[in-house]
Write a protein of this length. Structure first.
Length: 564
């Protein structure tokens, strides 16, 4: 069985597929070839698929036709490769329907692995095998094939004659071979997709890529609302990326693309400009939209989860407004209340009708599936002005990125509740790696950091005397690299030391640590008022000695710091 991913970021280079010379293919692969009125090039693509090194009995070919005028020729081309299970599916022509056609082919697929090819991409004989080796070994991968553009007119007979033991390079040796500049530039910029950049999805091209059928449908397949050329593959790549899948560049999965890149066509350029306006609403990344104050898009870049439980409506309004008033506007607030909340109607009417607020009823707030950044506020916590900008700046730091940022709540009750911020892809991969504790798993895979709420402006609502008043806390975006100035920051360091413990034990110890620190704060006030420092130190030692031994060991550095 394929293994779940146990790597962070997009470190595909730490994975190892089975060796080409020793592995035994076992899974059926369906190749979906998207076609419209290009019968000659379709014949060449099907000829290339007929001489694959992958076992023919494990290979299915579906020609997904977008309403071509001459269906007889299409069916004849598919019938010509009788040794492989190949058939044609046709949909009504309603503008450019490549996304709809691919979904049509994927729905009819019998294979557990899907490969998508365009009808002008002649595959090398090892293409299917190169894709499939990765998907036999691991779950949640997207393998990206490559292509070279050539101006050539080989025959289907010539392609068939090369057979599975040869490369097709000899057929194109006299032609100029051009690699797409945007793909190769993307590879160079991202260290061949191993960097922590948040736009690796740009490189997905629908003409040659593969993934598990379960992965494809988990994100919903192609968006069928696209009805003109350009962008539907980038949008799918974005959803696959934020879903936590690893993108694997596979050079052996190569095609020969007949003709020049489509980007050189003026008609396609005009279409792509229109599509970019659509993509601005669907891809929550500043490379695709104007990230300006006041702009609102169909998909928000940040989802802020507010755990309301049974908090009264006025308190929830103050918490939600503390988020909406941040200088980060491209966000959605997901407000959770428990079933039967006595003020549910008031909350829905007062907050739920705001375009940036979604009220959910249930035990756990759920972020939208395509949210790239997620912030979770525990029961009764709010943000001060500038907090969200500081949190995201630290989470997305290019110098030291982390998958999860844990944030204590300044001025809160000693409950051990922790706010957190996460990359959506880290959280969703963590969910599949450890369904019981996705946050802990995301931190294990992508890295984590514990910081204090005093440094990042996460405060308890009960400590705010006037929720409508502007905050006076100064936010230091660099504070996450060092201890906080107050006890909240020091508690964050202790919590970080405990982060490798089982979740239940960790929560118990954090709560005990919070109680101890609250006691020390009270003793500080008593000592200062009575001017009895000897009693102060003595009482601190009594508190320390009364703690359980496991907690004493974890807190020892903190006690030394306080007593110093």
């Amino acid at each position: 069985m394929p293994l779940p991913l146990s790597v962070g970021w997009n470190r595909w280079d730490t994975l190892e597929p089975p060796a080409a010379e020793s592995w035994v293919p076992q899974e059926v692969v369906t190749v979906v070839v998207t076609h419209y009125d290009s019968i000659r090039s379709l014949g060449l693509v099907l000829a290339g698929l007929a001489v694959q090194t992958y076992p023919p009995h494990l290979l299915q070919i579906i020609v997904a036709d977008d309403g071509s005028p001459d269906l007889t020729a299409v069916e004849a081309a598919a019938a010509a490769i009788s040794e492989i299970d190949a058939h044609v599916l046709v949909q009504e022509r309603r503008g450019f329907g490549a996304g709809r056609a691919r979904n049509m082919g994927a729905r009819a697929a019998t294979g557990s692995i899907l490969i998508f090819l365009d009808c002008d991409m002649i595959p090398e004989p090892r293409l299917v095998e190169a894709h499939a080796r990765w998907h036999h070994a691991y779950q949640d991968l997207v393998t990206l094939g490559f292509r070279l553009h050539v101006r050539a007119e080989p025959t289907a007979e010539a392609v068939l004659a090369e057979g599975p033991s040869n490369t097709l390079a000899a057929l194109f040796s006299d032609c100029e071979q051009v690699a797409p500049a945007y793909i190769e530039g993307h590879m160079a910029r991202t260290d061949v997709l191993t960097s922590a950049d948040d736009d690796l999805f740009r490189v997905l091209a629908s003409g040659n890529f593969a993934l598990k059928a379960t992965t494809y449908w988990r994100v919903g397949g192609f968006d069928e609302s696209f009805n003109q050329w350009g962008g539907e593959d980038t949008e799918l790549g974005y959803r696959l990326f934020t879903d936590g899948n690893v993108f694997v560049p596979e050079r052996e999965a190569q095609c020969w693309h007949l003709g020049e890149p489509g980007f050189d066509d003026p008609t396609k350029q005009r279409s792509l400009r229109d599509q970019r306006a659509l993509l601005a609403h669907l891809i929550a990344h500043c490379g695709f939209r104007r990230c300006l104050p006041g702009r609102t898009y169909a998909r928000s870049r940040v989802a802020v989860l507010v755990k309301g439980d049974q908090l009264d409506g006025e308190t929830l309004q103050g918490i939600v407004e503390s988020v909406l008033s941040q200088d980060v506007h491209d966000l959605t607030v997901i407000l959770q209340i428990m079933p039967g909340h006595p003020e549910a109607r008031w909350i829905e009417r007062q907050l739920g009708r705001d375009l940036r607020v979604e009220v959910q009823t249930g035990p756990i707030p759920q972020a939208p599936a395509a949210s790239p950044l997620i912030v979770s506020l525990p029961h009764g916590a709010r943000l001060v002005s500038g907090a969200l900008h500081a949190i995201l700046a630290r989470l997305c730091s290019q110098e030291d990125p982390v998958g999860i940022l844990h944030i204590t709540v300044a001025g809160g009750r000693p409950t051990g509740d922790i706010a957190w911020a996460a990359h959506g892809r880290a959280l969703r991969r963590g969910q599949r790696f450890n369904a019981d504790d996705a946050v802990a798993a995301a931190g294990q895979l992508f890295g984590e950091l514990w910081v204090g709420g005093e440094d990042y402006g996460v405060v308890d609502m009960g400590s705010v005397t006037d929720p409508a008043a502007p905050a006076t806390v100064t936010i230091d975006a660099a504070a996450g690299s060092r201890p906080g100035a107050g006890y909240a920051g020091e508690l964050a360091l202790v919590a970080g030391a405990m982060s490798r413990l089982p979740a239940r034990r960790r929560t118990q110890l954090i709560r005990m640590a919070a109680v101890a620190i609250k006691a020390v704060e009270k003793l500080d006030a008593i000592s200062a008022a009575s001017r009895v420092p000897k009693l102060h130190a003595h009482t601190r030692r009594r508190i320390a000695n009364s703690l359980p031994e496991p907690l004493k060991r974890l807190l020892r550095p903190l006690w030394h710091k306080i007593n110093a």
